[in-house]
Design a protein around this ligand. Structure first.
Ligand code: NDP
Length: 285
């Protein structure tokens, strides 16, 4: 069997088009949705991510502000910038690109972002709302994965889903979204014994470990849907996922590529979250 390719580029483009229409409608009412992106330091991957996020905003007609600071920025100065953006009525979403330099407490920075502007969905209030089934913002990457499964008409209700990777930004919120949609979910981490035993029982496998090609076709149940969140830069400069695409695609029924899978969806869902924040701000006026 050769799996169907789940095209994140195409799906993200259609979501961004819908965002552009909602942005135009809001702008006509006098509120242009606005996103502020802060990056601290010169991590090359972070620089690329923030540039892509800001470019996507501009293309969709959102107001965007990119604030780039040197790695020497103090924690207090960063918190001051976040507080200023919290109070700025032109800004509806605030994103602080992670990772931050080691001398800055990322948790404190995220907690300082106003929960209503936390378009990444990482604030503890938003994590709690997601946990209790009343999400305000769904974290962008797992939200994008859900949209991909929806667009492929994957039956989630009653499905066995296995998530590999338990980070706060991908794995844990992915559990909440899949289980809210009716899946029976297992989440694995680096201490999980016999990972393949878990993955071979799964109808849906979501991999987010940052370990290149660690899941291969022998670990996939025939006909499963495989979502590869990983983005790894190989020594030759090429990108690859956490799934061994070549062997997995021979076993899965549908699979996301890297690049061109989950990555573009993450940016599209950031725009959706920003629009939703702006629409709520308009409704509250
Ligand atoms: P983290 O490093 O925060 O978390 C990795 C998780 O994977 C941890 O829970 C870790 O377990 C687990 N893990 C590591 N090795 C193994 C292993 N051998 N077996 C099972 N579990 C393992 O990563 P992130 O969640 O931030 O990112 C994961 C990947 O997704 C990266 O490649 C990142 O670049 C990519 N990513 C892609 C995005 C996109 O838009 N496509 C967005 C965000 C991330 P433990 O808890 O035990 O340490």
């Amino acid at each position: 069997m050769t799996a169907r390719l789940i095209d994140g580029v195409k799906l993200a483009a259609s979501i961004r088009e819908e965002v552009a229409q909602r942005a135009a409608a809001l702008t006509a009412k006098g509120i242009q949705p606005g996103l502020a992106v802060i990056v601290v330091g010169s991590d090359p991957a972070s620089q690329v991510y923030v540039r892509n996020k800001v470019a996507a905003c501009e293309k969709a007609g959102l107001h965007s502000v990119l604030e780039a600071y040197p790695a020497t920025m103090t924690q207090e100065a960063l918190l001051d910038r976040v507080r200023a953006l919290n109070a700025d009525p032109k800004i509806h979403g605030i994103l602080v690109q992670l990772p931050l330099p080691a001398h800055i407490d990322s948790h404190l920075v995220i907690e300082t972002i106003a929960a209503a502007k936390d378009v990444d969905g990482f604030h503890v209030s938003n994590a709690g709302l997601l946990m209790t089934g009343k999400p305000l913002f769904r974290p962008c990457t797992p939200y994008g994965v859900m949209k991909m499964l929806e667009s492929e008409h994957v039956e989630i209700r009653g499905a066995v889903a296995v998530i590999i990777g338990a980070s706060n930004i991908v794995g844990k919120p992915m559990v909440m979204l899949l289980q809210s949609a009716g899946a029976t979910v297992t989440i694995c981490n680096s201490k999980t014994r016999d990972l393949g035993w878990h993955t071979r029982h799964a109808d849906i496998v979501v991999v987010a470990t940052g370990k290149p090609r660690m899941i291969d076709g022998s670990m996939i149940k025939p006909g499963a849907v495989v979502i590869d969140v990983g983005i790894n830069r190989l020594p030759d400069g090429k990108l690859c996922g956490d799934v061994d695409f070549e062997s997995a695609k021979e076993v899965a029924s549908a699979i996301t590529p890297v690049p061109g899978g989950v990555g573009p969806m993450t940016i599209a869902m950031l725009l959706v979250n920003t629009i939703e924040a702006a629409e709520r701000a308009y409704a509250a006026k």
